[in-house]
Design a protein around this ligand. Sequence first.
Ligand code: F6R
Length: 368
Amino acid sequence: EKGGHDYFMLKEIAEQPRAVADTLLGRIGADGRLSLDEMRLTDDELRDIDKIIIVACGTAYHAGLIAKYAIEHWTQLPCEVELASEFRYRDPILTRSTLVIAISQSGETMDTLMAVRHAREQRASVLGICNVNGSTIPRECDGVLYTHAGPEIAVASTKAFLTQLIAVYLIALYLAQVRGTKWGDEVFAMIQLLGTMPQKVERVLETVEPVRELARSLAGERCVLFLGRHVGFPVALEGALKLKELAYMHAEGFAAGELKHGPIALIEQDLPVVVIVPSRARPILHDKIVSNIQEIRARGARTIVIAEEGDEAVAPYADTLIRVPAVPTLLQPLVATVPLQVFACELATARGHDVDQPRNLAKSVTVE
Ligand code: F6R
């Protein structure tokens, strides 16, 4: 049942190229345009939207944070992302032209369900991104886009996360296609590139062995920090969450630009710090993070750098360099997250923990 793997989590990490391919299947037409009619929201409804609010918990929330960058860039619609458990307790400004997107693997998370109900009471349209067919959240939404990750058994979310990213990219690009956008050619090119992502994820899996060795060598550490900018920031949060829940270690993700506003005080000799480096296609982001790496290294941090193939500028400052295929920055989370999943899984196993059943956690959280 674990397909030759010791844990479901390892099986599910390995299944990601297939999960990504299945979630794309049938959604990119032969003419290179997207068709998402299955969402049950009409193109007219999508043209009327003037604001998007994403609600989710945990790993799904991190997918939502990444979605914000993609949606605002490709559609020019304002997009907010909120933890579902917080959303209901403020007074969110929702109108009939607000689209609320609820992201949930299980479709049963109570906090997310309550946020969906709250949004519908305020007459907003609600679109679910869910993995479990016929679960409660999609039944209560106006529309739904299913991810096709297949059953996710391990408590920690891996393949569901990658397919949630595919779903949000599809929605952002579809909105851009339907509404027209100043990035018409880019949107078309991105749709094509999405089709190549299963191979890119496969490539990461083929080259991930050094990450395992690194993880085992860090099994005795007490704390690991994660830094990123732009979409690399939610990837950092996700890397830290995986490590907390599986290895029971103190782990924190920071926006690299925030470092000097406090967290840099945490840096001490040999502290492992994982840095997600944006594509060189965005020199402004890229160069800033290179100087962040220099800053922490000068203070003794042990730098573990995730950077695209061909990026030589970071090499001199990386104690460990993890290569991922070069893809546009907005899509980078699809490749940059995978080594972090492997890292957390291997480190937890090295510490003797059962990665499929972390202590105190349940696969779906059906209480508030
Ligand atoms: C982390 C993890 C959780 C879930 C969260 C939301 O690895 O699995 O943080 O992402 O509980 O669950 P769903 O997506 O089912 O609503």
